[in-house]
Design a protein around this ligand. Structure first.
Ligand code: SF4
Length: 416
């Protein structure tokens, strides 16, 4: 006989709350309502990490002691990752950074940090996914392909469901628009409301759209029918409740020119009613930004000093690896699978501590590996959904291991 649990999926930052997991004797037998990404999250690691020091298996206590020794003796330790950790582990990590006068940064440093910062600084209006489901009549996916990255996004919240104010659903009540460099799966759903733009031209398109909203004749250096751009401006002006889902394509393209995107949202709010929600990937990447902001006033790239925390581009993981970092703790991330070769090599050249439930490429290079419970599956806590709502996680597997939060608390205790 299976136990049935309703699970909050931690496969992505949509944190779907309606997953049914059927388990017997600690084994998952069936999963209902999850997408493929969610199902593979439930089934967990292919290879579970083991406590290791210098590639030799040790007790977890010994691995923790070695990690504390490395961090305590480093002049410029860096703590990095955090997108797959609960808020409780992130807050413990911020305390560890404070104790060590260390640099702390997260995967948001490469991606949605700039949009989340604007929202937290009050420069960009946002809304909840429930608002989108109940009220939105215009949905703009910009550089985002949720059909691939967050597979239940359109069906649960953004396009297909009927809402209080959108009883006729997508057939009559909602318009979906995609602006992207390729015709993604999401763009195909948007049909003739897909605007294909050349790579790196998002800022140019944005400025042309601002001109169109101002009643000026927009100009573009690439091939796109200006009439279609004017139609888009008219649709955006007339909407009752619009939302822009900002994807990585947009964020990578505009880089640090975020104020132009904020300017577009301000202009849209003079004319109609618009919000922005960042398409956050890892299930609690946004949580790190909120938790660090609550503790320091900064969202990432922070260095703790005797005079307090400071933030700047020089404290990003990339600049630290190019510069002074002399030890690194990585948690819930696999940077050796994603960073450029030269930076990966640098990580391998300094003492590397990894806290993760699973073996990955970074484990192979780690001097110290400390296995932790899988957040949201074996361990509870809270996480921030992509729209900033706090969600209580619902673990369904009993396990004897230590959570990442407990491991960090133990490291702090040994350092003190
Ligand atoms: S969309 Fe994301 S949160 Fe929802 S089931 Fe799929 S992976 Fe899980």
């Amino acid at each position: 006989m299976s136990d049935i649990t309703t699970w909050i999926c931690t496969g992505c930052a949509l944190l779907c709350e309606d997953i049914q997991v059927y388990a017997a004797n600690g084994r998952v037998e069936k999963v209902e309502h999850a997408c493929m990404m969610g199902k593979s999250r439930v089934t967990g690691c292919k290879h579970i990490a083991k406590p290791m020091v210098d590639h030799t298996e040790v007790t977890i206590d010994k691995a923790i002691s070695k990690a504390a020794h490395i961090l305590k003796n480093a002049d410029n330790p860096v703590l990095y990752g955090w997108g797959n950790s609960t808020s409780q582990a992130q807050i413990a990590g911020i305390e560890l950074a404070r104790v060590l006068n260390a640099v702390i940064d997260s995967t948001s440093s490469f991606c949605q940090g700039i949009t989340i910062n604007e929202i937290l600084q009050g420069q960009m209006p946002s809304c909840t996914l429930e608002d989108v489901r109940e009220k939105a009549d215009v949905i703009l996916y910009w550089g985002a392909d949720p059909m691939s990255s967050h597979p239940r996004h359109l069906s649960k919240y953004s396009y297909f469901p009927r809402g209080d104010m959108r009883q006729h659903g997508y057939e009559e009540d909602r318009k979906a628009i995609a602006i992207d460099v390729r015709q993604s799966r999401t763009a195909r759903i948007c049909k003739d409301m897909f605007y294909r733009i050349p790579p790196g031209s998002d800022l140019e398109f944005m400025k042309a759209l601002l001109d169109a909203l101002d009643g000026k004749v927009p100009k573009l250096s690439f091939d796109l029918d200006i009439k279609r751009l004017l139609e888009l401006a008219t649709l955006l002006k007339q909407c009752e409740f619009g939302v822009i889902f900002a994807g990585l394509g947009l964020v990578y393209s505009i880089k640090e020119d975020i104020q132009i995107l904020s300017g577009l949202i301000s202009k849209l709010n003079e004319l109609s009613n618009f919000s922005l929600i960042p398409m956050v990937g890892h299930f609690n990447m946004r949580g790190f930004n909120h938790n660090l902001f609550n503790e320091t006033g900064y969202i990432h790239r922070v260095k703790f000093t005797d005079k307090g925390p400071v933030s700047g581009i020089e404290f990003s993981i990339i600049e630290q690896l190019k510069g002074n970092a002399d030890a690194i703790l990585i948690i819930g991330s696999d940077p050796l699978a994603s960073l450029p070769g030269a930076l990966s090599k640098r990580i391998e050249d300094i003492p590397l501590i990894l806290i993760d439930p699973c073996e990955n490429l970074t484990t192979k290079a780690a001097d110290v590996t400390i296995p932790c419970k899988a957040s949201g599956i074996e361990e509870g806590g809270t996480a921030y959904r992509m729209d900033g709502e706090i969600i209580e996680l619902s673990p369904f597997v009993q396990s004897k291991g230590m959570s990442d939060e407990m491991i960090i608390q133990r490291i702090i205790k040994e350092i003190n």
